[in-house]
Design a protein around this ligand. Structure first.
Ligand SMILES: C[S@@+](CC[C@H](N)C(=O)[O-])C[C@H]1O[C@@H](n2cnc3c(N)ncnc32)[C@H](O)[C@@H]1O
Length: 263
């Protein structure tokens, strides 16, 4: 079995427990930290054609559709997409879900989407550079790619500490590695394991640059006072970031300072 097949299998095994975790609001980093920041950055999506990459069971895909976007959600886990489709049957939002690998988006026309999103998933995509180059192809010129990832400076350290314990920055930041996440919090109905990849911010930025996606914004989400009251578990992200949200735009040229020179 290839590495990618193993990762897909992990997500298929995780799917049921993941659905409970996400849909019952137990994912407080999502609710109180990452979604508020990502959706604020994304802004108005009314009428936009949106691709939600590695959409999982579709929680955030549905948020986009409820905000009046025309959304396609893709994920390579058959189980995740099965759960997403079941939800679409219950609440018809016009979302088109497809089992698809993020590294091969040939099924879509080039220059098709106004916006591509990828919520807390690119760190799980083995060939993230290929995925980014595929996104660049299917985006319209001027279209945006907005993705969130665990903060590369803290992601692995967080995993080694019990929830709520203070964390410090990563020691081997420059060492790109594959690592296993043991999802074993009490909030889960069943524990599971998944594989992620630690990469530096430079590697993400280089991949965007290679695909002519120009970074326009970067946000390190912080919890609001209201979110802290509702989700006390967010105390640990007051001083040290848990995630990064990055916005980039398809330009058709590799922007550098010389691109901005006056003629
Ligand atoms: C942490 S979950 C996040 C799901 C969703 N974006 C959300 O916010 O709920 C990561 C997802 O990435 C998907 N994934 C990982 N590698 C992928 C790939 N190469 N192609 C498509 N999906 C992939 C997994 O199946 C899983 O559903």
């Amino acid at each position: 079995m290839s590495d990618e097949d193993c990762i897909r299998k992990e997500w298929n095994v995780a799917a049921e427990s993941w659905v409970d975790f996400v849909r019952k609001g137990k994912d407080y980093y999502r609710e109180g930290l990452n979604n508020p920041a990502a959706f604020e950055l994304i802004g108005d999506v009314t009428g936009l054609t949106v691709l939600d990459l590695a959409c999982g069971e579709g929680y955030n895909t549905r948020i986009l559709a409820r905000k009046s976007a025309k959304v396609t959600g893709i994920d390579f886990s058959e189980k995740m997409i099965e759960f997403a489709k079941q939800e679409e049957e219950k609440e018809k939002l016009g979302i088109c879900y497809k089992v698809m690998n993020a590294v091969d988006l040939r099924e879509f026309s080039n220059n098709h989407f106004d916006l591509a999103t990828c919520f807390m998933s690119l760190q799980d995509v083995q060939d993230f550079e290929k995925a980014i180059s595929e996104v660049a192809k299917v985006l319209k010129y001027g279209g945006r790619f907005v993705f969130s990832i665990p903060h590369p400076c803290t992601e692995m350290i967080r995993l080694q500490k019990p929830e709520g314990e203070k964390i410090s920055a990563i020691e081997r930041y420059f060492r790109t590695t594959q690592y296993t996440i043991e999802w074993n919090m009490e909030r889960l109905t069943r524990p599971f394991k998944t594989t992620s990849f630690h990469r530096t911010l430079t590697e993400y930025f280089d991949a965007l640059h290679k695909s002519m996606l120009v970074v326009t914004r970067l946000v390190e989400p912080r919890p609001t006072r209201k979110a802290l009251q509702k989700y006390p578990g967010l105390q640990d992200v007051l001083e040290i970031p848990q995630s990064v949200v990055i916005e980039s735009v398809k330009t058709g040229t590799r922007c550098s300072f010389s691109s901005f020179r006056q003629p």
